[in-house]
Design a protein around this ligand. Structure first.
Ligand SMILES: [Zn+2]
Length: 509
């Protein structure tokens, strides 16, 4: 007789439900798995048979056929092990068919019948709830993650025997001590603090503005000036995630299988540093069955590229689309996948090979070498960077002077205030921060008075701004005004915003 278990898997960010049908009949003893399966799923047969035997069930010498449908969808991974075993046991009448109603089952099996953790459980449980399923049976290792979804019963299991007991309605006690209370573990991790950075007030201010409005930022300066140290302190000033953002981010980490088992909810904005050797797939996502890459793992947080000029040009070019659209599209023969990738780009670079340009007394590079080095950054990429700031070597006086530098907490407070103003202002639209304002939005939110127009006109001519950079300046000025709590953009806000563009002309003009 044929018995069906409901299961699910992921295609990109999309949850696809899969019916696992088992048919046990008299005939030549055999075990057959069909349904457009990848090799990992084909191997499930071995695992499932061992797991069933090691769970004190007898597999009679009969013909067993398992079919995974819909047939036109390629199935991969080990997530179907458990539903396959349950479908067979139900067909063997070890489990009442009635118990499968409204239940989604997912999990990998080990040969001894143990149920192992799988990736992607959060989106699956969320979608199961949306589709009206009443219960999800998942690996105990994924329980915390599954329980983030309210309004659907989520049961964590450690062994195939346990699943059978649950389905037979035998009283099962979830051992509460197995799972620490998620909320109680909410405490902010400690990060290095801006108080450690002596001097560099101009750079710190630029970073504050960048984070406050989500403006991409580039730091340029000689080696040893502290660019990396400054970047690594950015996590300490990032504003808190909203609940929606937190869930969105947790989904991505669920798919890549990078959630903390005991405390799965992502409660802090990510800070992802990628190295020059990063592959295109690791950076933007991809693979035969596309998975999110670093840019999606940096979603709602920071992507840090140290020594950006050392990255291969084709790798950097990949960043253009996500920087513009805040998501990445990966096209495959079987469809298009889209992953969110709304990150703040923080980049650092030396001004030349020796690192001393524009100090011509010290720089040993030829003009051609300098041009070649700076030219590694394409104009389209530079256009997507709102703030460009020079990080000079720290003056001796700054190093020795006895002053207390401002701590990250104080900077963070100002940033949170400025973000609140933005959330409030853009409450009814798609915009989340000033960096996302379109040219059209700017007419509405970045109006200038006559003094403002005069300043911008002058700058346009003197700094050789393009239409694009002109609007970048406006957006940054909006953020500076928000940091001050000012309703209108004033001359001083524009003047400060313009200082973050003077580098363009100096290095790339
Ligand atoms: Zn040089």
């Amino acid at each position: 007789m044929v018995r069906t278990v409901f299961s699910a898997t992921l295609q990109g960010l999309q949850v696809k439900f899969v019916n696992v049908e088992a048919d046990v009949s008299n005939g030549l003893p055999m075990f057959h798995l069909v349904g457009y399966l990848s090799s990992e799923v084909k191997e499930a047969g071995e695992r499932v048979r061992s797991a069933i035997r090691n769970s004190d069930f007898v597999l009679p010498p009969k013909k067993v056929v398992v079919n995974l449908s819909p047939a036109n969808m390629r199935k991969r991974g080990s997530i179907f092990d458990l539903p396959i075993a349950i479908a067979i046991l139900t067909a063997l009448e070890e489990i009442p068919e009635q118990s499968l109603k409204g239940t989604v089952i997912a999990g990998e099996l080990s040969l001894d019948g143990g149920v192992r953790r799988v990736s992607g459980i959060l989106p699956i449980v969320l979608e199961a709830k949306k589709q009206g399923y009443r219960r999800c049976i998942i690996p105990m290792g994924n329980l915390q993650e599954g329980e983030l979804v309210e309004g659907v019963q989520v049961i964590g299991v450690k062994h195939l025997k346990e699943v059978c007991k649950v389905l037979k309605g035998e009283n099962m006690q979830q051992n509460a001590e197995d799972r620490p209370n998620a909320i109680m573990m909410l405490n902010k991790a400690s990060y290095p603090d801006f108080a450690d950075i002596r001097g560099q007030h101009f750079v710190k201010r630029a970073v504050e503005v960048a984070v406050a409005g989500n403006h991409n930022i580039m730091m340029i300066g000689p080696p040893g000036a502290g660019k990396t140290a400054i970047a690594k302190r950015i996590p300490s000033i990032l504003p808190p995630l909203t609940l929606d953002e937190s869930l969105e981010l947790t989904m991505i980490y669920s798919i890549v299988g990078k959630l903390n088992q005991d405390f799965p909810l992502k409660t802090e904005r990510p800070f992802r540093e990628v190295h020059q050797t990063v592959s295109q797939t690791a950076l933007i996502g991809g693979g035969i069955f596309p998975r999110p890459g670093e840019i999606s793992m940096a979603h709602k947080g920071v992507l840090f590229l140290d020594e950006i000029a050392e990255f291969p040009k084709n790798i950097l070019d990949n960043l253009r689309q996500p920087l513009e659209e805040h998501s990445i599209k990966i096209v495959r023969e079987r469809g298009e996948y889209e992953f969110p990738a709304e990150f703040l780009l923080v980049a650092a670079m030396n001004p030349c090979l020796c690192g001393n340009y524009p100090n011509l007394n010290k720089c040993t590079c030829t003009t051609t070498q300098i041009r070649g080095y700076l030219g590694k950054l394409s104009q389209p990429l530079l256009d997507r960077i709102d703030i460009c700031v020079e990080v000079p070597k720290v003056e001796y006086d700054d190093l020795t002077e006895e002053i207390r530098e401002e701590a990250s907490e104080a900077i963070r407070e100002r940033i949170v205030k400025a973000r609140r103003i933005q959330w409030e202002r853009y409450r009814n639209c798609e915009i989340k921060a000033n960096a996302h304002l379109s040219i059209k939005d700017m007419e509405k939110y970045c109006a200038l008075d006559s003094e403002g127009h005069k300043i911008m006109q002058q700058a346009y001519e003197q700094l050789g701004l393009t239409a694009r950079t002109y609007h970048k300046v406006l957006g940054v000025a909006r953020t500076i005004a928000d940091l001050e709590g000012a309703e209108d953009i004033q001359g001083k806000h524009l003047r400060e915003a313009l200082t973050y563009r003077t580098m363009d002309a100096k290095y790339w003009g």
